[in-house]
Ligand binder design. Sequence first.
Ligand SMILES: *Cc1c(COP(=O)(O)O)cnc(C)c1O
Length: 233
Amino acid sequence: MEPETQQQIKNEIARLKAELPAGVKLLAVSKTHPAEYIACAYSVGQRCFAENKVQEMTEKQASLPKDIEWHFIGHVQTNKIKLMAPYVSMIHGIDSYKALAEVSRRAVEKNRVIDCLLQIHVATEETKFGFSPQECLEMLRSTDWRSLSGVRICGVMGMASFTSNMEQVSGEFAVLKQTFSAIKTEFFPSEDSFCEISAGMSHDYILAVEQGSTIVRIGTTIFGQRNYSSKLP
Ligand SMILES: *Cc1c(COP(=O)(O)O)cnc(C)c1O
């Protein structure tokens, strides 16, 4: 890989670590980038990486140091859970009871408990996955999720609209935080482990942190633009 790329990755990780408040976790979103980019970030101390394709994450996990924390930030397809169940550290995109139950089943098979976040739809775009705040509360009220021994619900995840309107983006992150608080009050009043708000990407992480994010998911500013076309056959 180019020396300039290596330098960019190292500089940006150092810059973000200095900028982010203590208590905000930096996830380096490495999707589409080769394992050597991850190894470069690893060499300057980055240990938490996120991917959105199970197959790709699993191939990288096999070839890289075993103390890396792998976070899955893609849409959870039930037929892919088995592949990541042995090692995944946190699954951010739980958007149905069915997905949660299937993660639990596969975790139990591996004698694990997998940390999960409930994805909340706060953006105006139709295409983004997730529960509405109301649907999420309804799911927790109406299902037997407490009996799922292979998962631990640790918080919420959300994505703001892709817009330059900062007030709108801040407002959406605020809704995510309110939803987190409503879930916490009703279902996890004394569980310290329900504490995470995964919010903020390269273009909006500062606003997300202002609105209480505890995990930011940053790809482009660290690793550069993703080249999806090179993935085509
Ligand atoms: C790709 C992705 C990111 C990172 O986006 P950047 O704009 O590259 O920082 C964050 N969250 C999710 C869910 C993603 O799919």
